[in-house]
Design a protein around this ligand. Structure first.
Ligand code: GLA
Length: 371
């Protein structure tokens, strides 16, 4: 489960210690659509973040974390959160967001352990925020529902960390369930699980080139989309469809290509859900390929290394389709394969990818038992 309900049923282990767990995600399709109020289809990965928490008197928060095999320590005061540019910003962002929404907390001690790769575009930060919110919810009886948890986690990123992200990652961490994709309409937040056909397997490879949301390019894309919507006279690009093609093409470059990506990507998500639900694997694979092309050529968020990793994947036996996943400029690729071939495909991509150069140091994330 992406946000499981506790080792002994209620997220409480011994005496006064509570915990929360949330998984990273890989987005199957629907990239850069969430902040345009469009559709997304993420699925949790097996790797997760676990936060154990004990309430303390006073306002001091102390956190120890083991997120990359090393121990890190941080401390701050509730109500005096200050951005530091590191992992503790996500913790401080959460207490900051809770205070903004009227929740009052005392201090606490937290221990964080995460197996979600960092900087791989697999939502390690959303997993941390949501796991912490689950633990805080249980410790302080905040009565938060899963959607509210996702919204608070998103607020931690946008208002405190300063990354203008959409809500996909936090919703996936809060509501996703292992083994099921989550079809989400980011405008209404309506969502439903989508089962993967038995004949389908997934491979996720981290390129080793870290991506970063707070960098200018993500923000620029967001602004370009908002400007395109404004010029087209709609609230968000979600409100534009293929029938507006002539008006999209008339936008000044690069807005024409940016809008074109979002409009076609939204359509691809709907088609991908239908393809999965009718077990049409070749159609699903073709949609992943088309999504990558659009992200690379129209939205300009891929890199030569990601393009080559995707090309390498497509050349492997058993591969149905492949694309970069997440915000882009590095991070991971997701590959759809026929059942029984994922392990071989993963090893083949890794072996070819490690000779590729260009800063790539690929590692296998899924299947997790190979990683
Ligand atoms: C990042 C953001 C998400 C989404 C993706 C791109 O992962 O956190 O909100 O915008 O990029 O699809």
């Amino acid at each position: 489960m992406a946000s499981s309900l506790g080792r002994v049923g209620d997220g409480r282990d011994v005496s006064d210690r509570f915990w929360g767990e949330a998984h990273g995600r890989v987005n199957l399709i629907g990239e850069h659509t969430d902040y345009n109020e469009g559709f997304v289809l993420p699925i949790p990965i097996p790797q997760s973040c676990l936060v154990e928490l004990t309430r303390r008197d006073g306002r001091t928060v102390s956190v120890s974390s083991d997120m990359d095999g090393r121990e890190h320590l941080a401390a701050f005061e509730i109500g005096a959160e200050v951005k530091e540019g590191g992992w503790s910003d996500y913790i401080q962002g959460v207490t900051f967001a809770l205070a903004k929404e009227g929740f009052s907390l005392s201090g606490f001690e937290a221990r964080v352990r995460s197996s979600v790769p960092i900087g791989a575009g697999l939502s390690s930060s959303a997993a941390l925020e949501v796991a912490l919110l689950l633990a805080l919810d249980r410790t302080f009886d905040l009565a938060l529902d899963p959607v509210r948890i996702a919204q608070l986690a998103q607020r931690a990123e946008t208002d405190f960390v300063g990354a203008p992200v959409g809500i996909m990652d936090q919703i996936s961490a809060s509501l996703g369930r292992l083994g099921e994709a989550l079809f989400l309409d980011t405008r209404t937040l309506e969502h439903r699980p989508v089962r993967l056909p038995d004949e389908l397997e997934l491979v996720v490879i981290d390129s080793g080139i870290p991506h970063a949301h707070a960098t200018g390019e993500y923000r620029t894309r967001r602004m370009e989309c908002d400007r395109s919507a404004e010029l087209l006279g709609v609230r968000k690009l979600r409100d534009v469809t293929e029938s507006d093609r002539r008006r999209i093409s008339a936008l000044p470059p690069p807005l024409d290509r940016r809008a074109s990506h979002v409009v076609t990507e939204n359509q691809r998500v709907l088609e991908a859900v239908a393809a999965l639900e009718s077990a049409d694997l070749s159609r699903f694979g073709a949609l992943l390929d088309a999504s990558h092309r659009s992200l690379s050529e129209d939205f300009d968020v891929s890199t030569p290394v990601m393009d080559r990793l995707v090309d390498l994947s497509r050349a492997c036996t058993g591969v149905l389709g492949a694309r970069m996943t997440g915000g882009g400029f590095g991070g991971s690729i997701v590959v759809a394969t026929k059942r029984g071939t994922a392990a071989d495909v993963a090893r083949e991509i890794l072996s070819a990818g490690s000779k590729m150069g260009g800063g790539a140091m690929p590692t296998i994330v899924v299947p997790a038992d190979l990683g």
